[in-house]
Design a protein around this ligand. Sequence first.
Ligand code: C2E
Ligand code: CA
Length: 246
Amino acid sequence: MRAALRDEEFCVFYQPQVNHHGMVVGAEALVRWFHPVKGMVSPGQFIPLAEETGMILSLGQWVLRTACLQLADWEHKPGFNQLTIAVTGSAKQIYQNDYVERGLRVLEETGANPARLKLELTESMLLQDIEDIIVKMTLLRRRGISFSLDDFGTGYSSLAYLKRLPLDQLKIDQSFVRDLLTDPNDNEIAKTIVTLAESLNLNVIAEGVETMAQRDRLAVHGCFTYQGYLFGRPVPIEDFSLSVFD
Ligand code: C2E
Ligand code: CA
């Protein structure tokens, strides 16, 4: 994997995030590995390995840099300069002592506008040393970066923790969106997450939206930002750029 990073076998794909009018408001950056022999390896296969080996540190830093270079490029392009990019973080990264410095350095070196950068953290990452994480998030947020809680609802976050975390957004996990219309429990959970977000003054986005019916149900619950195949799959930057004005 180390050689793959050096040999530029990794690539960042972008998946649109849209508002209720279907307008693209940003993208999630999702890493892809094009292996010369195996072809495309899915992140589900190599991310756990990267976490285990510690490679996630250099890979994650590379994804962050690539996304920030993209933001810097968009900064002067009308129609693109309002778009945000969400980058998924890993626990190993946030527990590094110099997590904040690394983040700020990438912003400085790339010239990206921090207000356009969103970092996605997962619940499971936040289980240890919450005080340390709050400090780090607060420092980055002061520079304008925002934070979204990925896969929300799948972990065990205590509401007391949730209240203390300096978050901007909750992301409803795709497992709840999938059966939203057929499983009353999932419907109820999605609804509850939206209510929770409202009461904590957070934005909410749903991922894995594949049908209009799911989108409409989410809207009934008060969720107006979406990501999913209905609006676009993760694609190379050239294709993403073309889709923004569709
Ligand atoms: P995630 O962060 O929860 O990303 C969302 C996943 O859902 C992506 O899979 C995306 O392609 C997929 N998805 C989006 N819309 C739909 C939909 O409508 N239906 C369905 N069935 N799936 C949808 P992907 O790209 O294979 O990534 C899988 C996971 O790999 C990510 O889950 C994330 O945990 C990890 N990952 C990907 N890129 C990175 C990265 O740069 N850094 C880190 N640390 N993890 C990453
Ligand atoms: Ca994510």
